[in-house]
Design a protein around this ligand. Structure first.
Ligand code: GLU
Length: 186
């Protein structure tokens, strides 16, 4: 059972994301990762194993930015390794996901037929790829995410960030819990 977390804040977010993951650590996991959005793009760091491996990675290669997503993974589709660790990215879209996209295989085949290249074995990557495809078709972030959501079957909680949109986090849930909170002044 994994944990997902997103923060759109007013201070450096990487440390806050890792702190949040630690609070969810009791749920068990096999890998962990974060991604941070800034004006020019998205920076991602992932590591197999415990959160301290991710912290070591962040120590070597820090990420800066105020808005990010984080995940501890309990693998259901694809081996527990760094390639399959979340966040998953396609073009300028990064997502973390708790649960299972049951119809991911047919969605993936349709996207591959359009020339999209997947890098992981997960069901989750299809979320990022489908949102990216709708954006390539001309939709904005919110419309593309909404259109993608309407295609998924299964139970899930998802959070997404976008390159060049450091003020935007999109969250969605179906069956799985997701809690929204407001920080002071945030
Ligand atoms: N099904 C996704 C995966 O295998 C998410 C698993 C989870 O909830 O951690 O990557």
């Amino acid at each position: 059972m994994c944990g997902i977390l997103a923060i759109a804040g007013k201070a450096q977010v990487a440390g806050r994301l890792v702190d949040g993951l630690k609070r969810l650590e009791y749920r068990g996991y096999d890998s962990a990762g974060i991604a941070v959005a800034w004006d020019e793009g998205i920076e991602r760091r992932r590591a197999k194993g415990k959160i301290h491996n991710l912290q070591a990675r962040l120590h070597e290669e820090p990420v800066e930015g105020f808005t990010g997503i984080a995940h501890t993974r309990w693998a259901t589709h694809g081996a527990p390794n760094e390639i399959n660790a979340h966040p998953h990215m396609a073009d300028g879209v990064a997502v973390v996901h708790n649960g299972i996209i049951e119809n991911y295989r047919e969605l993936r085949e349709g996207l591959e037929a359009k020339g999209r290249v997947f890098e992981s074995e997960t069901d989750t990557e299809v979320i990022a790829q489908l949102v990216a495809q709708y954006m390539a078709d001309g939709m904005d972030e919110v419309a593309a995410f909404g259109e993608a959501l309407s295609k998924f079957t299964g139970a899930f909680a998802i959070a997404a960030i976008f390159a060049g949109k450091p003020d935007l986090v999109i969250g969605a849930r179906k069956g799985s819990p997701l809690v929204l909170g407001y920080g002071e002044g945030e």
